[in-house]
Design a protein around this ligand. Structure first.
Ligand SMILES: CC(C)(COP(=O)(O)OP(=O)(O)OC[C@H]1O[C@@H](n2cnc3c(N)ncnc32)[C@H](O)[C@@H]1OP(=O)(O)O)[C@@H](O)C(=O)NCCC(=O)NCCS
Length: 178
């Protein structure tokens, strides 16, 4: 696995000019053939994230490049087959630009998303205990990236319209000694 670090840039926390620049970079992102089965069009997902107050879209930056995108959503965990909506953040719309795939960035970004979610929970005192997602059983790189990032398989999920999925969960690390 590569050694490239990733940074998550919250699009919601940027001023209008900085956000416009990042949205331009996101519009330039592409997927490998066949991957559109697993995730929506990057710019559309970023704009949908900014238009919905329950969502926090992040640009994944690596080595100064706009390398990917992900969204954390509150109150929607049930969409990943979780037993309730509010006890976990939903990680959705996760992608690494085709030019940056296979270098370990997906694994690092998934781990960074858990840390970002933990900070959001602390900031809002909103009580989530971790991050949940659903990934298509026919998505080897997704399954591998999430496993490597420490997500645990929580069973099969047949909801949604893209075929059988795995529900995966990553708990927040218990707070250290105060
Ligand atoms: C899923 C995704 C984010 C992973 O990002 P990435 O940067 O390619 O992942 P990594 O480099 O960290 O690799 C993760 C694992 O996937 C494996 N992998 C990467 N590309 C692969 C491919 N095309 N086929 C099979 N395995 C692949 C890597 O070998 C690695 O496994 P390993 O560490 O056990 O060797 C990226 O492939 C992607 O954007 N796919 C399209 C959108 C998508 O599927 N999103 C997830 C929806 S739930």
């Amino acid at each position: 696995m590569g050694t490239d670090w990733v940074w998550l840039i919250s699009l919601r926390d940027l001023d209008a000019d900085a956000r416009a620049i990042q949205l331009g970079a996101i519009a330039d992102m592409s997927l490998l053939p066949g991957q559109e089965r697993f995730v929506g069009e990057p710019l559309r997902m970023a704009l949908a994230g900014l238009a919905d107050e329950s969502r926090w879209p992040y640009m994944v930056e690596s080595g100064g490049d706009a390398a990917g995108l992900l969204t954390l959503q509150a109150g929607a965990a049930g969409l990943a087959g979780w037993p309730d909506d509010w006890s976990a953040w939903l990680l959705r719309g996760f992608l690494i630009d085709s030019r940056h795939q296979g270098k370990g960035l997906g694994t690092r970004a998934a781990a960074a998303a858990v840390e970002a979610a933990r900070k959001l929970t602390a900031r809002h005192q909103s009580g989530e205990s971790g991050v949940v997602l659903s990934v298509n059983e026919e998505n080897p790189s997704g399954l591998a990236a999430y496993r490597r990032a420490g997500f645990i398989d929580a069973g099969r999920y047949l909801g949604g319209d893209a075929g059988p999925q795995r529900t995966m969960f990553h708990a927040f690390a218990p707070a250290g000694p105060s």
